[in-house]
Design a protein around this ligand. Structure first.
Ligand code: SAH
Length: 206
């Protein structure tokens, strides 16, 4: 997986590659798709959600270039895999998942594997995690139409935010926002396709 899907496509950041080698991806996917855990595509994790393709996890992780001890916010815990990768790089991770059953399962997996420096919260990540802000990096793994303002506010000086932005069907861009001297700088990295960023009121209807 690392050689063919990730290094071959240009990810070179060594701590990212080390984390991908260290985290057992198969432990984060449901039993019925476990054989495909290292395949080159996203996989269903239940509740209509997916764990991202390995390359996308690697690409986003490289983009935020975590250093040990940094504080990281993730919106969209899903399986907990991306959170484990960030933790394996030495980050203190705060992750929010809007579907309570997924939050619970991810917290259980992370606990079993010993990723004690990850805190999982069930809820809508639109407002970020104000009590723990600011964050050195923020990783969003569901796509809103525009960047939630609270996430920009909660970015530390020197902070990096990676987020897919755009409509559910077609036209999403993975964006990198950095904050330096209080100013935000934004650029597009890659066209992508993520599950939608939902709000608590959307879920009440289902
Ligand atoms: N990072 C995950 C990928 C999960 S897919 C992993 O490594 O497995 C994206 C997740 O974002 C889904 O589980 C979805 O339920 C969640 N999500 C969508 N909107 C959200 C919101 N407003 N707040 C928190 N989580 C949200």
């Amino acid at each position: 997986m690392i050689e063919e899907q990730i290094i071959a496509r240009g990810v070179t950041h060594r701590p990212t590659l080390a984390a991908l080698r260290a985290v057992p991806r198969h432990r984060f996917v449901p039993a019925d798709v476990q054989r495909e855990a290292y395949a080159d595509h996203p996989l269903p994790i239940g509740h209509g959600q997916t764990i991202s393709q390995p390359f996308i996890v690697a690409f986003m992780t490289e983009a935020v270039a975590i250093k040990p001890g940094e504080k990281v916010l993730e919106i969209g815990t899903g399986s907990g895999y991306q959170a484990a990768i960030l933790a394996a790089m030495g980050a203190r991770v705060f992750t929010i998942e809007i579907i309570p059953a997924l939050a619970e399962r991810a917290a259980g997996t992370l606990r079993e594997l010993g990723y004690d420096q990850v805190r999982v919260r069930a809820g809508d990540g639109y407002q970020g995690w104000p009590d723990e802000a600011p964050f050195d990096a923020i990783v969003v793994t569901a796509a809103p139409d525009t960047i939630p303002p609270a996430l920009l506010d909660q970015l530390a000086e020197g902070g990096r935010l990676v987020i897919p932005v755009g409509p559910q069907h077609g036209g999403q861009e993975l964006m990198l926002v950095t904050k330096s001297k209080g100013k935000l700088h934004q650029r597009n990295l890659l066209p992508v396709r993520f599950v939608p960023f939902t709000r608590e009121k959307d879920n009440e209807k289902t």
